[in-house]
Design a protein around this ligand. Sequence first.
Ligand SMILES: Cc1ncc(C[n+]2csc(CCOP(=O)(O)OP(=O)(O)O)c2C)c(N)n1
Ligand SMILES: [Mg+2]
Length: 667
Amino acid sequence: MLATAGKLCRRHVATRGLAMRAQEAAPEFGQPAQQQQRAAPMPQPDTDNKTVRMSNSEAFVESLVAHGVTDVFGIVGSAFMDALDLFPAAGIRFVSVQHEQNSAHMADGYSRISGRHGVAIGQNGPGVTNSVTAIAAAYWAHSPVVMITPESASLTKGHGGFQECDTLSIFESVVKAQCHVNNPARMVEQTERAFNLARSECGPTQLNIPRDYFYGEHDFTIRGPKTGHGAEDLAAGGALSLDSAFEAIKSARNPVILSGGGVVLSEGVHDVAKLAEFLGCGVATTYLHNDAMIGSHPLSLGPIGYLGSKGAMNAMRDADLVLAVGTRLNPFGTLPQYGMSYWPEDATLVQVEKDPLRLGVTKHADIEVCGDARRFVQEMLRRAQACESEIACLSDKEGRMASVQEHIAEWKLERDAMTDDTDPLHVHGNGVLKPRQAIRELTNAIKKGKHSNAVIATDIGNSCSVAHGYLDFDDPRHFLGPMTFGNCGYSSPAVMGAKVARPDLPCVAFAGEGAWGMQLMDTVTCVRENIPITVVVFNNGQWGAEKKNQVLWFGDRYVGTDLDNPSFADIAVAMGANGITCTEIDQVGPALEQALDAQMNEGKTTIVELMTSRELGDPFRRDAMKLPRRLLGKYKHTSLDSESATGQPIAPRFPAADYKAFHRTVR
Ligand SMILES: Cc1ncc(C[n+]2csc(CCOP(=O)(O)OP(=O)(O)O)c2C)c(N)n1
Ligand SMILES: [Mg+2]
């Protein structure tokens, strides 16, 4: 469906209420994103609410200004140069990058950390098609990114000229709404619509502009962000569903809260903690939403899902009520883990989600609440406080809180055992790091050091996935997981976007070296554009996560998964950044600390390369893999009856035999 007045994929429903979130007081926990330190002072438009004669480019740029845009990520192109030329005078920084997948990831990271719009742009044709993967990632991260896609000129479209493609159909399935300027007189209307919908729909929108429409002039009226509350102003939920949810809370004996990304987006993390404290129940977080609960809180169980916290999963397994708040319950995030199915099938499930299309899709919810996560939690707490004596689970509050502690302690012991477990390969002096030990050193260096407020972005890969079981955050909007689109190449551009939005925060990316190879060209941008970050590269000489599948289900035939790498620290130095390589475990913490000091004190980017062994954690997709069964004679030898006995790659160390030769400090 097109698009002239904007394609909108979904409808808002009646449960969206009238309360005024925009005017509310700041939550006690952390600052609301809008008030956090920003990269630059917000420029003011000269033109709002007045009808003014403007060039179309001026109208476009003034609309950006009216919506608070101070930073746009992309690569220069003639298609939008008439507007780009105005950016400096409008107070908009154009962050010029090396690859448009990275600029769109930067826009995503920028918006996830700041709560503001992230904006990306590219040349018509290849500049915008390069961005598709990152916009798909932003879609599943629910990020209000506006992807501006200039397209071929209106009078030549269809002639198959230079850099022509059907931009609208390419982005259709990865954006929430498509706003197409079908007449230049609608430049402001469609630009404003793209910004308003990105926010109200909680996801990326596309603003498609034929390149010739930047030229010419019209009378335009710019209104700026909607002030009438509208679709963004959500209620806690419908009256009936709130009553049912509270009845379920009253009668539960052992509730657990599952806190999702909607809790972060609605600034409700602190409220979730308060409800948990009142009920005495544990709070688990959903897959890659490790910052949806205060990490150091005694009731924080950690994340469920792939390589998450077994403590969280054990607590969920015992629950008779799951309060799943601000989550679509993505199916990947509730798969069995560590060989156990933990989802409590007999428990009552209350699912709270602002998007009605995502209610009850992956799990049957006994009670569906279409509403705002934070408001829902506040409402449940208000009701619970008003009738404390009717809440069954409070009769054993102490006992249940103690059992939460046991689950957490048990998991920490088990995780320590997995981390400490050494074999002859990983002994000190052997020049090769055990991935789990390196991760523990990194997380300790951050938590216990002077950069404990760091933002961390992770990538897709085995080392990063193992790290997800170790990462917790006291502040929301501090973790940029790659979410369920699961694309390698996410972490460092995401954290660059975060750094542009919050230069006051230390920003760190974790990436496997395979994934790092997809994004490393933008280290040049870090240096050139003065966006200092720190990247930890886990160099294990393989596309490890995929090799794990070959270990388990393909008889250790490593087709396409071994990597013989150059020194990534040397590459970093060649690009103008610092490079450090670590081959012994006691180098890891100090190297990270040194890199973060360089970032915060000297504005320097550092790549910390960790030479790890090939040891691998559990596979991503046990649910989707089968042992191979071949029918043709020539392939018979590849059939398999059972999984690998060891579960680990043969040749656990990659060919660069003398790791110690790699070691270098900052140059
Ligand atoms: C863009 C993209 N291509 C391919 C994949 C498939 N894939 C998933 S994990 C992975 C391996 C990642 O290797 P690396 O970054 O070296 O991390 P490691 O698993 O070795 O820790 C690959 C290729 C993907 N997720 N995304
Ligand atoms: Mg690797």
